[in-house]
Ligand binder design. Structure first.
Ligand code: ATP
Ligand code: MG
Length: 439
């Protein structure tokens, strides 16, 4: 028989297996607790959306919409026309669509968060994948600068809870549309004066989206970009005050930041405050979290005008940073490990384990490997490796007496005693006592 070629994962996608999957779950649990502390509630929107949502929401002349989306023509169903659909490249547009569609803001602002996979057709490399995961927080219907600050403080709180220390915060204010228009005119005039130094992307964007040129990753363009007019110089009083309050709140909370007038973010929908959390430890994929205010997106997507602000973090990058910083999350450890010799009455054993688990005890077993029973020594090795504090030995003597041997594996120096199977409810508590997760 010929050997079958194995099928591999799609380029730029990752499988998440133990123990890393456990680290992710721990991270997600930390996030849930933090979100609850700030009053953000979970929301989930489809991975598949109409392409038009992203074209309108993110802006036509952005990297994501121009070249990174997974877009396909859906076959027409019986009634409707064929529709262009896309895998979501981010979740803000989808959240806003859902909020508008279900009139979620009818009785005031809402704080929401999401977690899930996003899709962008980028060149895969460390920290940059085609299916990646974001966690995002959005405060919808609030215009005050304290909400911008709250979101930044929420992210800083998360880094602290996770044990991440190597980050810095960059802030900018993008102003309002009229301020941007003035700045844009100055920007176009400046780049036109230097037309011969623009690369192909920049030349194309000069009249469609000149602000985007400031976001250029081309090192040869950096000097030109550095000399360009700064939006901060075009801000009016209201925008300035908003930005000042955000900064004052951050200072009052000892959150250090630098103002980066070049920070424009990759998507079109932002105004006023924008920010990024950056680390030096992940090379060129150093942005772990980015966000800002997007007061015009809700209206753009067809809702009643309402202000909004939010951020999204890249889960893969945060996990990579955690590993770089050596902040390894706790592995979960079972309370007990069942050791089951060959020939034991498995129905009796499994019934006991089932009762203990119903009482909240976590138990693993390794009685057989493939078709073969695992010998005693191998089972004890597995029990030790699991980190369990107890072994439950279901020997034939014990079972004959309606008992099981409880053996201390870690502290207690191997102390053991026999316990009646019929009264497992009584001694289950003892197995549970103490921490079920260890270092
Ligand atoms: P970058 O400049 O690195 O491409 P971005 O501005 O496109 O990032 P956002 O759209 O702001 O990123 O997404 C928020 C976060 O999601 C980023 O800060 C990053 O941590 C993460 N992220 C974005 N794209 C990817 C990707 N292809 N793979 C892994 N993580 C990503
Ligand atoms: Mg990008």
């Amino acid at each position: 028989m010929s050997k079958v070629n194995p099928i591999t994962a799609v380029k730029g996608t990752n499988d998440l297996l133990p123990p890393q999957s456990g680290h992710w779950q721990w991270f997600e649990a930390v996030v849930r607790t933090a979100m609850a502390a700030y009053g953000y509630r979970n929301a989930r929107t489809p991975i598949l959306e109409q392409t038009q949502l992203f074209v309108r929401g993110l802006g036509e002349v952005t990297d994501v919409v121009e070249k990174e989306m997974y877009t396909f023509e859906d076959r027409s169903d019986k009634h409707g026309d064929a529709a262009s659909l896309s895998l979501r490249p981010e979740n803000t547009a989808g959240m806003v669509r859902a909020v508008v569609e279900h009139n979620v803001l009818y009785d005031g602002g809402k704080r929401l968060y999401y977690m899930g996979p996003m899709f962008r057709r980028e060149r895969p490399q460390r920290g940059r994948y085609r299916q990646f995961h974001q966690i995002g927080a959005e405060a919808l219907g609030f215009s005050g600068p304290e909400v911008d600050a709250e979101l930044i403080l929420l992210a800083a709180h998360l880094w602290r809870e996770l044990g991440i220390r190597d980050w810095r915060l960059e802030l900018n204010c993008l102003g309002e549309p009229d301020e941007r228009r003035e700045h844009r005119a100055a920007l176009v005039a400046y780049f036109e004066q230097h037309a011969s130094e623009l690369d192909a992307d920049a030349t194309r964007r000069l009249h469609t989206n000149p602000l985007r040129i400031l976001d250029s990753k081309n090192p040869e363009m950096q000097r030109l970009v550095d000399g360009a007019p700064i939006l901060l110089d075009f801000l009016g009083e209201t925008s300035k005050r908003h930005f000042d309050v955000v900064q004052a709140i951050l200072r009052a909370n000892d959150v250090a930041f630098t103002i980066n007038p070049r920070l424009v973010r990759g998507l079109d929908y932002y105004n006023l405050t924008v920010f990024e959390f950056v680390t030096e430890r992940l090379g060129s994929q150093g942005t772990i979290c980015g966000g800002g205010r997007y007061d015009y997106l809700i209206e753009e997507i067809g809702g009643k005008p309402a202000p909004a602000v939010g951020w999204a973090l890249g889960v893969e990058r945060v996990m990579a940073l955690l590993q770089e910083e050596g902040a390894v999350p706790p592995e979960s450890v079972p309370d007990a490990f069942a050791v089951v010799p060959e020939g034991a009455d498995l129905a009796v054993v499994m019934r006991c384990l089932q009762q203990l688990r119903a009482a909240g005890v976590t138990i693993q077993m390794y009685a057989a490997e493939g078709a073969r029973p695992a010998n005693f020594k191998r089972q004890f090795k597995k029990a030790d490796a699991s980190g369990a504090r107890y072994a439950l030995v279901f020997g034939s003597d014990e079972l004959a007496a309606g008992e099981v041997t409880l053996k201390a594996l870690r502290d207690g120096g191997g102390a053991q005693e026999r316990l009646p199977l019929a009264q497992s409810g009584k001694w289950a508590v003892r197995l549970k006592s103490g921490a079920s997760t260890g270092g």
